[in-house]
Ligand binder design. Structure first.
Ligand SMILES: [Fe+2]
Length: 168
């Protein structure tokens, strides 16, 4: 099994793949393809976000960020990532509500979809460029072991991992 910090990065790689597929689906929708043909991709994006919110994001917020919070040089970035995570959650809820309507409003989907992928991209950029390299330098062996333990606890939940990959 990869180290916990590598696991975070691997999740981000999967997310980038999902973002790319979702953006292509949204683009097709914008060009007039019927929603029904794009629905599997949007549902897959929703499933992906749900799994991130179940394991990856709580693990970062509850167990990684507290270790990093003692370093003032990353505190602004941590706040930004947390704010972005709230956006991911709330836009995903909005998209979910719209997709459940009898006649979903394409305009709302074309608005919330890119907001989700945009917020995910921000999360990935700030983490991969700043927080994870910083954590790699600063975290102690004990802290890394604790993160691994928390990860194992959370992934012991059924179907939390692996993260789904969208097929189009
Ligand atoms: Fe992350």
């Amino acid at each position: 099994m990869p180290s916990i910090l590598e696991q975070f990065r691997a999740d981000h790689e999967d997310a980038l793949e999902n973002i790319d597929r979702s953006n292509r689906a949204l683009q097709s929708l914008k060009q007039g393809r019927p929603l029904d043909t794009m629905r599997p991709a949007l549902d897959a994006l929703q499933d992906f976000v749900k799994s991130l919110l179940a394991v990856h994001i709580p693990l970062e917020e509850e167990h990684l960020f507290p270790f990093l919070a003692v370093f003032p040089e990353v505190s602004a970035t941590i706040s930004e990532v947390k704010k972005g995570n709230e956006s991911i959650q709330s836009f995903s809820q909005q998209l979910g509500r719209e997709l459940q309507q009898d006649r979903p409003d394409t305009g709302i989907i074309l608005e919330t979809g890119p907001q989700i992928t945009g917020a995910l991209e921000t999360h990935i950029r700030l983490s991969d460029l700043e927080l994870l390299p910083f954590a790699r330098r600063m975290l102690t062996k004990d802290q890394l072991e604790e993160l691994e333990t928390r990860f194992r606890e959370r992934t012991a939940l059924p179907s939390a991992y692996p993260l789904p990959v969208i097929e189009l």
